[in-house]
Design a protein around this ligand. Structure first.
Ligand code: MLT
Length: 240
């Protein structure tokens, strides 16, 4: 299995992803919101790349069964039912619902990778489950870090390194790119306390400033949720 890490999707276009196996990571916070919503019984997440498209898509879906969620500058968008705190996506709120989802980096990364053959969503919370699944697939894969504002983010790259290191413990059949080796090193240096790493990150500091410190705790938990969200036919779901 060849493995490489895309540190940020800005320089790639949609066709790059055609036919590939891609794992999208946006630790703060889109991956965790998607993972928690689906674990709590949401029917599906519809990731979109613009607020305008979110409103348009939700207009064509069933009233009452559809919610629009996401953020701009970490905050809930006017007219949206939900923001992008994973803690908002409780069973009471999301069970049975389709959620149209826009975020600054995470939903855009998923939408950009829509032509992938296989597309999974990962964070620390489901990392071992995703690692096992990739080893079972036994195919070349690329980890797509959503990054931050078209740039590198430490939390996504450390998580990518952690994923590679778990896969290495499960399979000897792995060929690492330079980017994978760099992320392994980042995980070694910064992965000792995930919470401390998140608190020290640029995006973590902004979330704390905006009152979302609890989200950092949630997003730092490892192997707390065993689901593997996958994207197919424009929606993210759990396997049945
Ligand atoms: C994103 O997709 O940019 C993030 O999830 C932003 C956030 O923390 O809400």
């Amino acid at each position: 299995m060849k493995c490489s890490v895309i540190l940020c999707p800005a320089h790639l276009d949609e066709l790059y992803f055609t036919g590939k196996t891609i794992i999208v990571i946006d630790v703060l916070r889109a991956s965790n919101t998607i993972i928690n919503a689906l674990k709590n019984g949401a029917k599906e997440i519809v990731p979109v790349a613009s607020v305008e498209f979110a409103v348009k898509v939700s207009g064509g879906m069933f009233g009452g069964q559809t919610l629009i969620g996401g953020e701009r500058n970490t905050k809930k968008i006017d007219g949206f039912a939900l923001g992008n705190s994973p803690l908002e996506y409780t069973e009471e709120v999301v069970s049975g619902k389709s959620i149209v989802f826009y975020t600054t980096n995470g939903s855009k990364a998923v939408a950009k990778a829509k032509f992938s053959e296989n597309l999974f969503i990962c964070s620390f919370s489901n990392i071992s489950a995703v690692a096992k699944h990739i080893v079972n697939l036994n195919t070349d894969f690329e980890i797509l870090c959503a990054g931050r504002n078209n740039s590198f983010s430490i939390e996504d790259s450390v998580c990518a390194g952690r994923l590679v290191s778990i896969i290495q413990t499960l399979s000897k059949n792995i060929e690492l790119s330079d980017s994978s080796k760099a992320c392994l090193a980042l995980n070694k240096s910064f992965g000792k306390s995930i919470l401390a790493m998140l608190k020290g990150s640029e995006h973590g500091k902004l979330l704390i400033e905006n009152g979302f410190e609890e989200d950092l705790k949630f997003c730092s938990e490892t192997d707390s949720i065993k689901v593997i969200p996958y994207f197919k036919e424009n929606v993210i779901k759990l396997p049945r």
